[in-house]
Design a binder for this molecule. Structure first.
Ligand SMILES: O=C[C@H](O)[C@H](O)COP(=O)(O)O
Ligand SMILES: C=C(OP(=O)(O)O)C(=O)O
Length: 359
């Protein structure tokens, strides 16, 4: 008598996925790309350790869906990054994994052809190739680590990692962060709660042992050292922004109470701009003004930006896609981005002279 099936009742297929080592062998890390990654990580660590007075700005599309437009953007950003390098370190947002509130396209790795074919195997290789191209241009990259296995495939090409508002409270993401080789920004929760991000920094700073995969793609027990470069990212939430001076003071107090470095990144987008991209310049201007007025806790900013302003839904006929325009959250366009960053650099040139280690 056969035993009734009790597992995999909702699994319809198990398809082959190449191992991290196989994908890396197809797109091997180049010397030039490694140099960009390491230079980016070093600059970010120095900013977080207060050895470098500059600000870092994570700027780029809400999501990458078209590598051609993405690289067009990266080339523009690299030119701007060189021009403002005395005041800011620009890190390109290269987001391949989108955490959805309910449903929607989950990003370039999950569905690279945006046609529900879900070729994760091809998406991963293309994503790695894109990251390599950006690093080869000489830009450091930032991404949101959503799937806990995915960093094994591309982590060598990332300089800054975000843990999103929907996953800062997740033990899995805290464990993963404890082993990442980059500084990690933990977002406050979507309801505005900051404690989850503070607890995440504490948790990720400690060693963990947990289930993961090896480079060969085998189940493995990963044992981590702990990541000392966690920090909070204020993105607003619960129906209100949290980049104002009072919210930032409260965040400073909470970090100090937890005996953590008082390092804050402000996300100009999401609930801080009421999800209206056109408000992002106002948020950035406000925060830069706070720095000019003496703020010492803000070490970084985030901007959702692409070539064209706004966003578009994914059309059934992909030839109708508008070039350089986001298919997820609305972004500021290139001209606005350029203006935002140049204006901020102008103010920071004077303001940074007074910066030091926060009290
Ligand atoms: O930045 C991205 C979005 O805000 C996040 O993925 C949630 O998107 P959704 O609410 O459209 O699903
Ligand atoms: C999903 C994102 O942000 P949050 O986690 O703040 O919603 C994002 O930056 O793409």
């Amino acid at each position: 008598m056969s035993v009734a099936q009790t597992e995999n009742l909702n699994i319809v297929a198990v398809d082959h996925m190449p191992s991290p080592e196989e994908i890396k062998a197809r797109v091997p890390l180049t010397e030039r790309a490694a140099a960009s990654v390491l230079a980016g990580r070093r600059a970010l660590a120095d900013i977080l350790d207060r050895k470098d007075k500059r600000l870092f700005v994570v700027v780029g599309p809400c999501s990458i869906h078209d590598p051609v437009a993405g690289l067009d953007y990266a080339r523009r950003l690299k030119k701007l990054a060189d021009e403002v390098a005395d005041t800011m370190v620009l890190v390109m947002r290269v987001y391949f994994e989108k955490p959805r509130t309910a449903t929607g396209w989950k990003g370039f790795i999950n569905d690279p052809y945006m046609d529900d074919s879900f070729r994760i195997d091809e998406g991963m290789e293309k994503a790695r190739r894109f990251l390599m191209d950006v690093c080869e241009i000489g830009l450091p990259t930032a991404t949101e680590a959503l799937d806990p296995i995915a960093p094994q495939y591309y982590g060598d090409l990332i300089s800054w990692t975000a843990i999103g508002a929907r996953t800062s409270e997740s033990q899995t993401h805290r464990e993963m962060s404890s082993g990442l080789s980059t500084p990690v920004g933990f977002k406050n929760a979507t309801d505005g709660d900051l404690d989850v991000a503070i607890n995440a920094i504490i948790s990720a700073s400690r060693p963990h042992s947990f289930l993961g995969i090896s480079g060969k793609g085998q189940s493995a027990i990963l044992r981590t050292r702990g990541n000392r470069l966690g920090h909070v990212v204020l993105r607003g939430g619960g129906g209100r922004p949290n980049y104002d001076t009072v919210s930032i003071s409260l965040a400073e107090q909470a970090l100090a109470k937890a005996k953590l470095p008082v390092n804050i990144v402000v996300d100009c987008s999401h609930a801080n701009s009421w999800k209206k991209a056109e408000f992002q310049p106002l948020v950035m201007k406000d925060v830069i003004h706070q720095i000019r007025e003496g703020n010492r806790s803000v070490v970084g900013l985030m901007i959702e930006s692409f070539i064209e302003a706004g966003n578009q839904s994914i059309p059934a006929d992909l030839s109708q896609l508008k070039y350089g325009c986001s298919v997820t959250d609305a972004c500021v366009g290139w001209d606005t981005t350029d203006e935002m960053i140049r204006n901020a650099a102008g103010v920071l040139r004077e303001a940074l002279a007074n910066r030091g280690v926060p009290a």
